[in-house]
Design a protein around this ligand. Structure first.
Ligand SMILES: Nc1ncnc2c1ncn2[C@@H]1O[C@H](COP(=O)(O)OP(=O)(O)O)[C@@H](O)[C@H]1O
Ligand SMILES: [Mg+2]
Length: 603
């Protein structure tokens, strides 16, 4: 599945999305709800100040005593106590606000982390083809940023929504209390001012999706600049990288600004509509006061509430668009969750047995891209403990053939069998536990040399480790290092030379101690001297194993029990060196003369 081109189709299915996110919220539901409950008084207390203005104006300013449930309260007491009461309320609201922020941050972070952990657990089991198709940038943004937006946002936005909603409600209640006639006008105008919010949901979804793609491009450029820094420097590609970066940044600018263009008018429009309301309220309110049906205090209270109403209403508008963004991100997150790897484990797996007889490729055909066959009807039997060399033209399908063994990819037709059992019947883990791979370029993890070797076999002992160091010809290197095997490798193991890295990789394969070994151009990147020592290590690795070796080195090929020649995806010749060299006009003979002859002369 290519992520770049996917737009979540579920972004508007709110119910479905909420049902999906709910299991992540559930463990923290109590705290989430408590946070939301605290948000209610935080909002409601917004109305207190404007509510207090009415008695303040009417009684304190008007010098009237207040009659409250039969108690007479003198205006001078009100004059002193009300300002303090307001401070008290503000302090109380502040405390609640703090509790509320703490709870929502805590829960939203927990929820996000749970989502991220689940996504990551899926990512590490993704097919090889998934990583072929998707750039590191898009994976970073889809697996890290989207969950942030989705799950953190949901709690944050609901909290903000509740605070604003109850804030608005309390202000509206104060307005109703002051003058229901004016309140009807005010709320009516507000409703009209709100309408534009609902018109722009679709636009936000598309922009949010586009932005993910662009963020991916930016991250990819960053990653390439990092990983490829030597190529960038050697080929003076700085400008190219910069141009790519600028292009992505500009695209992002265009997308964002187009959103602003379409959405930016919303808020001013809301203000404009609201100003009509205020103008009318001033006009009509004055009339009500003059006719004696409203006190000046009520009017002050009302106008203050109306002005204060701006903020929560505006926030409500933003929250609604924000929530749309969250659903878009959530749609994308659950799309990843629903992606099923193509390489699946059988329902009823068969326990893998130590190889007794042979590995067979039966009528194996394979294509990466539809209708572009890479392997065509391959039939090949490799006997136990046999070393088979695979040679052929570049791009002919040699690596592809061996990649099918650990099921990095699955055959399109035919089957690969171990002792007559289709490898698709084994547990993936068991199958891969039976195969070691040494590539041309082997990834080393950040960590020590020892860790990089020991990861291959959790049950390996210190003795095993020492043996492996010896047979992989690493002892000398280890002894020359101050920290020995505990020397930490750089992020990509760059502090080692090619030959050294290769021997670490061989040691890793050795300690895994599997019956089947695949060597894909394991010495091709090395100079003669390193190649010789790496070859010695390899010879130790493959002793008594069933081995598939893709190599360009003549002696390796000659030493193999048999040679398979893969030409443009077809197995064209199979036999010993002596057999194949005799075939008149044969592929192997041709390769031998073209390529290996030079080598032999040189050595
Ligand atoms: N991950 C991939 N996605 C699509 N095509 C691929 C992929 N890997 C290899 N190919 C194509 O498959 C063909 C065989 O490649 P490969 O098996 O690597 O050849 P060889 O190892 O013999 O040089 C080539 O045409 C190559 O371009
Ligand atoms: Mg290859």
């Amino acid at each position: 599945m290519k992520l770049k081109n996917t737009e979540a189709l579920t972004s508007f299915e709110y119910g479905w999305l909420l049902k999906r996110i709910f299991p992540y919220i559930k463990p923290f539901l109590g705290r989430v709800i408590l946070g939301f409950i605290i948000a209610i008084p935080v909002g409601l207390l917004d109305g207190v100040v404007s509510f207090a203005l009415k008695p303040y104006m009417d009684y304190v300013v008007g010098k009237q005593n207040l009659n409250l449930f039969g108690f007479e309260i003198s205006y001078s007491i009100l004059a002193i106590s009300m300002p303090f009461a307001i401070i008290g309320f503000a302090a109380f609201q502040g405390l609640l606000r703090y509790l509320n922020s703490y709870l929502t941050d805590w829960t939203s972070l927990k929820i996000t982390n749970a989502v991220k952990i689940d996504l990551f657990s899926k990512l590490i089991y993704m097919d090889t083809s998934f990583f072929d198709e998707n750039s590191s940038g898009i994976i970073l943004s889809r697996y890290l940023s989207d969950p942030d937006t989705a799950s953190r946002g949901i709690v944050e936005q609901i909290k903000t929504f509740i605070i604003s909603l109850f804030g608005a409600m309390s202000l509206i209640v104060v307005m109703l209390y002051s003058s229901w006639r004016l309140a009807v006008v005010g709320v009516g105008v507000l409703t009209v001012a709100f309408l534009p919010v609902f018109l722009i949901r679709k636009k936000i979804k598309s922009v949010s999706n586009q932005n993910t793609v662009i963020t991916g491009d930016i991250t990819t450029t960053m990653n390439e600049t990092y990983s490829g820094n030597k190529v960038v420097t050697a080929y003076n590609l700085q400008k190219r990288q910069l141009d790519n970066f600028i292009e992505a940044i500009n695209k992002s600018f265009n997308v964002s600004i187009s959103l602003t263009k379409r959405v930016g008018w919303m808020s001013p429009l809301m203000y404009l509509i609201a100003s009509f309301g205020i103008a009318f309220v001033l006009f009509y309110g004055t009339k009500l006061i003059y006719s004696g049906s409203m006190t000046a205090g009520s009017f002050a209270s009302f106008v203050t509430s109306l002005l204060l109403l701006y903020k929560p209403v505006k926030t409500l508008g933003n929250t609604l668009t924000g929530i749309q963004n969250i659903f878009v991100a959530m749609g994308r997150v659950f799309e990843l969750f629903d992606y099923k790897p193509i390489i699946k484990e059988a329902e009823n797996t068969v326990a893998i047995q130590p190889l007794k007889h042979s590995i067979t490729f039966e009528n194996v055909s394979f294509e990466y891209v539809e209708n572009q066959p890479v392997l065509k009807n391959i039939n090949l039997t490799v006997n136990k403990s046999e070393t088979i060399a695979i040679v052929g033209n570049s791009g002919g399908g040699k690596s592809t053939l061996v990649n099918l063994l650990p099921r990095f990819y699955d055959v399109n037709e035919g089957a690969i069998k171990f002792d007559n059992i289709d490898i698709r019947n084994f547990k993936l883990k068991d199958l891969r536990n039976n195969i070691s791979f040494v590539f041309q370029d082997n990834f080393l993890f950040t960590g020590t040399i020892k860790e990089n070797i020991m990861i291959a076999n959790p049950s390996a002992t210190e003795d095993d480790f020492q043996t492996v160091l010896k047979y992989s010809h690493l002892e000398e290197l280890i002894n020359s290092l101050k920290d020995g095997a505990d020397t930490v490798l750089g992020e990509r193991g760059l502090t080692l030379s090619g030959g050294q890295r290769q021997r670490v990789a061989i040691a890793r394969a050795m300690i895994k101690n599997t019956p089947i070994i695949i060597l894909d151009e394991a010495t091709s990147a090395l100079d003669n001297e390193s190649e010789a020592i790496v070859q010695k290590a390899l010879d130790n690795l493959i002793m008594n194993k069933t081995v598939f070796v893709i190599a360009h080195r003549l002696s390796t090929i000659k030493n193999a029990d048999r040679i398979a020649v893969i030409n443009n995806g077809e197995l064209v010749e199979l036999g010993t060196h002596d057999d194949l060299i005799k075939i008149h006009n044969g592929h192997y003979k041709h390769l031998y003369e073209m390529q290996f002859n030079n080598q032999e002369a040189g050595v």
